[in-house]
Design a binder for this molecule. Structure first.
Ligand code: C2E
Ligand code: CA
Ligand code: CA
Length: 672
C-alpha cells in the first residue's frame, strides 16, 4: 500500500541527516587541508634552512682555500698583484662546479678580486649591509638571489642566463682581525630544484594520505549517521505501526485523518469527502477462546492482508486494536460511494479463513461515516463511525451508515455502548465485586453474590442498572457474562479452601437463550479445578417467565452439571405454583421491593404475609430463601422471625472487592 511506505517522519528527517554529514565532510576536509599545508610549508622551510647551512659551510671552505693564496696585507692595501689574481683564477677554475663566482672585498668595500673579471681591473659594489654585518660579527651572511651569468662583457646580452645563486659573505681574518670578506656565489638552482621536488613528493604523499584518512573518517561517520537515522526511522515506524499486522495503528490513522480533514478544510466544496469504515470482527472472542490466541492472531493477520489487498492507493487500512480495523477513505464522492466501499470490505470476509488447517467462517460489522455529511471534525467522525458499527452489530446488518435520526434518540447511549465494548478489551475497567449473603440463624456469611463494576476512565463508576440493560440491548451481554464467569471461577480457584464461599453469578435472559452458556461454565470449572457446587446461577423470575421453553432446559442442564440455581427478584413476576414446583431451582431470592415494604408501617403487615407465604412455599419445594436489600437491623430481625434463611443488604455489607471479602464485612445479626 502506497501510503504505508513512507511515514511522514522519514521525509522530514532525510535532508537534516545529509546536511549534517556534509557539514562534517566539509569541515574535516578544510581542517585536513590546513594541516597538510602547514606540514608542507614547515618541511619546505626546514629544507631551505638546511640547504643554506650547507652552502655556507661550502662557502667557508672555499674561502679558506682561496685566501690561503692571498697575503693578509692585500686587504689593508686594497689591491692584489696581477700574478696573484691569475693564480686565484687558476685555482678557482677547477675547484667546485657549484662555484659561480668569487669576490674579495676589503673591510671598507673595495673589491680586490672578482673571478668574473678577466682583465684584472675589478670594479663592483658590495652589499654594504652584509659586509658590515660580517665585519662587525665575524659571521658569514648568506642570501639567495638571482644572478645574471653571461659571457665576459656580455652581461645581460642574449647569451646571458639568469640563475639562482646562494651568495655568502664570509669573513676573512688576518692576525685575529677581520680584514675583509670573501663573497662566494654558489649555484643554488639544483638545490632549489631538489627541494621543490622533495616538497612536491611530500605534498603528494601527505595529500594522498590525508585524503585516504578523510575518506575512511567520512565513510565511518556517514555510515554511523545512516545507522542512527535508520534506527530513528525504525522507532518512528514502530510507534505508528501495529506490531502484529504491520498495519498503521490508531495513532497513525488519527494523524492521517487529521491531515485529510485539514486539507479538506482548505479546499472546501471540491467534492472530496472523507470516509471512515470501522470494522469489528464478529465473535472474535469466541474464536480466540475456542481456537486459542495464536489462531486469533493468525486470523487478524489474514484479515489485515485481505483488507490491504482490497484497498490500495490513497485509502489507509489501520488496526485500531483488538479485533477492530478501520479504513480511511480520503476523497470519497458521496455517502453511497463510502457504503459501496464498505461492502467491498465486507466482501473480504466471504471466503472462509484457514486457521491451523481449519476453515473458519468469520463475519464483520462495519460502520460507515462520512465527512462532511455526518461530522465535521476528525474525532466526531470516528465516533459516528463507531456508533454506526454498533448499529450494524446490534441489528446484524453487516454494514450500517451512520444515521442521525437513529442516533438522535440517545446518542449518549450508543457512545456508552461503544465504550463498554472497549472496556471489555481492557483490563481493570470491569471488575467483579462480591456481596456477602448472611445466614440469618447463625449470623455468618455463607455465600456471595458477584456483581459487576465498571470504572469508566473519565465517567467514573457507571451503575450496573445503566450498563447491564445497555449490554442486553446490544448483544454485548454475552461477553459480559463470560467475563463475569471467567473472573468468578478464577477467583474461586484463587481463594484458599477455608476462605472460599459459594458465589452466585447473574445470568441474563439473553445469555440463557443460547445454550452454550452451560458448556462455558462446565469448561471453566474444569479448567480451574473448581467443584460446580461452589457456583450458583441467578436468573430473574421475569427471564424465566418470558421464555420458559428455552430457559427451563438450560436451568435443568445447569442443575444436572451440579451448579446451584437461584431465581432472582422473585415475587414481581407471575410464576405459578405449578411452574415453580417443576423448576430445577435451589434458591429463591425475594425481590427487594417486598423487603423495603417491611420497613413501612402501612405495608409491613401485608408484606410479612406475602413473605411468609413465599418462604413456606419455597421450603415445601426444598428451596432456600434469600432476602435482598436488607438495610437495617429491624428488617433483618423481622426476616429471621419469618424463617428466611439468608439475607443480603447494605446493613451487612455492600458488594466489595475480592480482596476485601471477609475483612470486617458481615455484621452479626442481633438475636431478637
Ligand atoms: P440484582 O441481581 O438484584 O443485584 C442486587 C442489587 O442490589 C445490586 O445492585 C446490589 O448492590 C444492590 N443492593 C444490595 N444490597 C442492597 C441494599 O441493602 N439496598 C439497596 N437499595 N440495594 C442493595 P447493583 O450491583 O447495582 O446491580 C444492579 C443489577 O445489575 C443487579 O441486580 C443485576 O440485575 C445486574 N447485574 C449486576 N451485576 C451483574 C452481572 O454480573 N451480570 C448480570 N447479568 N447482571 C448483573
Ligand atoms: Ca442478583
Ligand atoms: Ca436481585
Amino acid at each position: 500500500m502506497r501510503s504505508r511506505a513512507t511515514p511522514a517522519t522519514d521525509r522530514r528527517t532525510a535532508p537534516a541527516r545529509l546536511s549534517l554529514t556534509r557539514r562534517f565532510g566539509l569541515t574535516s576536509l578544510i581542517g585536513m587541508t590546513v594541516v597538510g599545508g602547514a606540514l608542507v610549508a614547515t618541511t619546505s622551510q626546514v629544507l631551505h634552512t638546511q640547504a643554506v647551512r650547507e652552502g655556507v659551510a661550502t662557502a667557508e671552505a672555499l674561502t679558506r682555500l682561496a685566501t690561503a693564496e692571498v697575503p693578509g696585507d692585500a686587504f689593508t692595501v686594497g689591491m692584489l698583484e696581477p700574478a696573484q689574481d691569475a693564480d686565484l683564477d687558476a685555482l678557482l677554475g677547477g675547484l667546485d662546479e657549484r662555484l659561480v663566482g668569487l669576490r674579495l672585498w676589503t673591510a671598507d668595500g673595495a673589491v680586490i678580486y672578482d673571478s668574473a673579471d678577466v682583465d684584472g681591473a675589478p670594479s663592483a659594489f658590495p652589499d654594504v649591509e652584509r659586509l658590515d654585518a660580517v665585519r662587525l660579527r665575524g659571521e658569514p651572511a648568506p642570501r639567495v638571489r638571482t644572478h645574471i651569468d653571461g659571457l665576459a662583457g656580455d652581461a645581460g646580452g642574449p647569451l646571458a642566463r639568469s640563475i639562482e645563486v646562494l651568495d655568502v659573505y664570509v669573513p676573512v681574518e688576518h692576525a685575529g682581525q677581520v680584514v675583509g670578506a670573501a663573497e662566494v656565489m654558489l649555484d643554488h638552482g639544483p638545490t632549489a630544484a631538489r627541494r621543490t621536488q622533495a616538497i612536491g613528493t611530500l605534498a603528494a604523499v601527505a595529500a594522498l594520505g590525508l585524503l585516504l584518512l578523510w575518506l575512511v573518517l567520512f565513510r565511518s561517520v556517514h555510515s554511523a549517521s545512516e545507522r542512527l537515522q535508520r534506527s530513528a526511522m525504525e522507532n518512528a515506524r514502530l510507534a505508528l505501526l501495529d506490531a502484529l499486522t504491520g498495519l498503521p495503528n490508531r495513532r497513525m490513522l488519527l494523524d492521517r485523518l487529521d491531515r485529510a480533514v485539514a486539507s479538506a478544510g482548505r479546499t472546501p466544496g471540491a467534492g472530496a469527502g472523507i470516509g471512515i469504515l470501522l470494522l469489528d470482527v464478529d465473535r472474535f472472542k469466541d474464536i480466540n477462546d475456542s481456537l486459542g490466541h495464536d489462531r486469533g492472531d493468525e486470523l487478524l493477520v489474514q484479515v489485515a492482508t485481505r483488507l490491504m489487498e482490497a484497498f490500495r492507493g490513497r485509502d489507509l487500512v489501520a488496526r485500531l486494536g483488538g479485533d477492530e480495523f478501520a479504513v480511511l477513505l480520503p476523497g470519497v464522492t458521496s455517502v453511497a460511494d463510502a457504503e459501496t466501499l464498505a461492502h467491498r470490505a465486507r466482501g473480504v470476509f466471504t471466503e472462509p479463513f484457514v486457521l491451523g488447517g481449519m476453515s473458519v467462517h468469520v463475519e464483520t460489522s462495519i460502520g460507515v461515516a462520512v465527512l462532511p455529511d455526518h461530522a465535521d471534525d476528525a474525532r466526531s467522525l470516528m465516533r459516528r463511525a463507531d456508533v454506526a458499527m454498533y448499529t450494524a452489530k446490534q441489528h446484524r446488518l453487516g454494514v450500517a451508515v451512520y444515521d442521525a435520526a437513529d442516533d438522535d434518540s440517545s446518542p449518549a447511549r450508543l457512545v456508552l455502548q461503544a465504550e463498554l465494548h472497549r472496556a471489555l478489551a481492557r483490563t481493570g475497567e470491569l471488575t467483579m465485586h462480591y456481596q456477602p449473603k448472611i445466614d440469618l440463624a447463625g449470623g455468618r456469611t455463607v455465600g456471595l453474590e458477584a456483581l459487576m463494576r465498571w470504572r469508566h476512565p473519565t465517567r467514573g463508576e457507571v451503575e450496573p442498572s445503566v450498563f447491564i440493560p445497555l449490554a442486553e440491548q446490544s448483544g454485548l451481554i454475552d461477553e459480559l457474562t463470560r467475563f463475569a464467569l471467567r473472573t468468578v471461577v478464577a477467583q474461586l480457584a484463587a481463594w484458599a479452601p477455608e476462605q472460599r464461599l459459594p458465589v452466585a453469578v447473574n445470568l441474563s435472559a439473553h445469555t440463557l437463550a443460547s445454550e452454550d452458556v452451560v458448556d462455558t461454565i462446565t469448561r471453566l470449572l474444569a479448567q480451574h479445578g473448581v467443584d460446580p457446587s461452589w457456583l450458583e446461577a441467578e436468573i430473574t423470575e421475569t427471564a424465566v417467565v418470558a421464555d420458559p421453553g428455552r430457559v427451563v432446559p438450560v436451568l435443568r442442564r445447569l442443575s444436572a452439571a451440579g451448579v446451584r440455581v437461584a431465581i432472582d427478584d422473585f415475587g414481581i413476576g407471575s410464576t405459578s405454583f405449578a411452574q415453580l414446583r417443576d423448576l430445577p431451582v435451589d434458591v429463591l431470592k425475594i425481590d427487594r421491593l417486598f423487603i423495603e415494604d417491611l420497613g413501612d408501617e402501612a405495608t409491613a403487615a401485608r408484606s410479612r404475609t406475602v413473605i411468609k407465604a413465599m418462604v413456606d412455599l419455597a421450603h415445601s419445594f426444598g428451596m432456600q430463601v434469600v432476602a435482598e436489600g436488607v438495610e437495617d437491623a429491624a428488617t433483618a430481625a423481622c426476616l429471621r422471625a419469618l424463617d428466611v434463611d439468608q439475607a443480603q443488604g447494605f446493613w451487612f455489607s455492600p458488594a466489595v472487592a475480592a480482596r476485601d471479602v471477609g475483612a470486617g464485612s458481615g455484621r452479626v445479626v442481633l438475636q431478637p
